[in-house]
Design a protein around this ligand. Sequence first.
Ligand SMILES: *Cc1c(COP(=O)(O)O)cnc(C)c1O
Ligand code: SF4
Length: 345
Amino acid sequence: MITRSTPQVQAIATDIHTAPHRDWKSQLAGAVRDPLELCRLLGLSDEWQAGALAGDALFKVRVPHAYLSRIERGNPDDPLLRQVLPIQRETDSVAGFVSDPLEEADHQPLPGLIHKYGNRVLLITSGACAINCRYCFRRHYPYADNTPSQHALDDILHYLNERPHINEVILSGGDPLASSDKRLEQMAERLTALDSITRLRIHTRLPVVIPDRIDEHLLGWLAPLNVHKVMVLHINHAQEIDDHVIAACQRLREAGVMLLNQSVLLRGVNDSVAALARLSERLMDAQVLPYYLHVLDPVAGAAHFDISDREAVALVEQLRKQLSGFLMPRLVREIPGEVSKTPLY
Ligand SMILES: *Cc1c(COP(=O)(O)O)cnc(C)c1O
Ligand code: SF4
């Protein structure tokens, strides 16, 4: 398998450097999906292969080259590598780590619609992601059954129409920006045509994973929307923010989009005061405000990323001494059945 795909992969990697503005769909299609190829491209020794294969069998590998290019080759401790490389410990079964930690299945009035919090609903816009993050709480989510079809969107609009206290729609996923602009444009236009909807929020990792996703086609439907536009990015480490990401953020801001960031506190990735402080300062470079720092949702396969609440609170207490108040993320946990995120500090 490795031998067959090698020449093609190298061609793509070179292409990234010489032609940074390749269209996002081909970058997505060219993402690395073979665990052994991932080990090889990362320059890892053979000992990592068995774990990569075992983890991939539970949750597929997916890493676009634009993200790979920010990882230091030959360093198994690289904070970006740890987010994307499956390891043997994903196969451990750990008490309390389950397949649907947020019990979202209980809060779906319609397929693809999650309504847990009063004024806002979350729409599972696309089952796909541009990257598969090993700690993801949706790693076991039955996407195929839950992505709204055109018909389902009619039902969702009806649901919103009957509940005018809902003023905000959150496009989530998967990654909503993995959908085509045509589909997103249709959805956004129909949703924001409701008088009661005054905000459209998009939760996405794509501007970070493939910054070229923020292209003229996307801005073409997003900029003219006549509601407050908020994008919550998902960045866990300062090293994820390169010049392409900063440029993508600038294009979004110019289109009138307010930019926030949420991170997950992850052992071995960002579990130090220094890493968290650097992340906030780097977000400032991109003019993105830190919003949430989530403690890990206890999803099966991700226990090795876990940090106790006590340790998390201690980190954030120290962090507060180093950062301007507006660069402090709120440390929160999602507790099933609660009507908002629960602050831990
Ligand atoms: C996190 C979440 C939201 C958004 O919550 P905010 O605190 O407003 O960011 C909305 N709906 C669901 C189901 C969520 O999990
Ligand atoms: S939903 Fe978000 S965290 Fe989960 S795999 Fe997709 S991009 Fe990563």
